[in-house]
Design a protein around this ligand. Structure first.
Ligand code: THU
Length: 163
């Protein structure tokens, strides 16, 4: 019989002062990464940072292109860049930040394509990756897991042949 299915996603709403020291580093890295965005078309600078299991932080920024669809979001340049250069590293945390080219930080929510990629890398390392995302009025959203951003998402588990 038809029945409702209620999903629960746990998100904490924090102030900067409530971040752990490791989170504060990751958060700041995402913000400073926006300086390296290549966004001459949208003028929207996005930074993403990944806290790694060796204590270092890997950054990504949005990279736009005159052929618009050829550009890529900050979240994916970070994840693809890390996977291409240091695939052995585990990701312990992620943060995203955004601002207009000449302006203060604004809330940003990762796009659907990035959510799909974020879920893949979490699935790949078999360990949840918490995410810090800027919310309204200077607040910070702390998600427990990247896949919480993509309920009912498609993953390798859905492929008939998993190799
Ligand atoms: N963008 C990101 O890099 N990440 C997001 O979460 C949202 C959008 C980029 C893509 C494009 O370069 C610009 O922001 C405007 O959409």
């Amino acid at each position: 019989m038809a029945h409702p299915l209620h999903l629960t996603i746990h998100v904490e709403v924090l102030t900067e002062a409530e971040l752990t020291p490791a989170e504060a580093l990751t958060w700041q890295a995402a913000r400073t990464a926006t300086d390296q965005a290549y966004a001459p078309y949208s003028h929207f600078h996005v930074g993403a940072s990944l806290l790694l299991d060796d204590g270092t932080i890997f950054r990504g920024t949005n990279q736009e292109n005159a052929a618009f669809p050829s550009g890529l979001c900050a979240e994916r340049t970070a994840l693809f860049g890390l996977a291409a250069s240091q695939p052995e590293r585990r990701i312990l945390g992620m943060a995203v930040a955004a601002r207009p080219a000449a302006g203060d930080f604004v809330p940003v929510s990762s796009c659907g394509a990035c959510r799909q990629v974020m879920a893949e890398y979490e699935h790949r390392q078999k360990q949840a990756i918490p995410l810090l995302m800027p919310g309204p009025d200077g607040s910070i959203y702390r998600f427990r897991s990247l896949s919480d951003l993509l309920p009912f998402g498609f993953s390798a588990d859905d492929l008939p042949s998993k190799g």
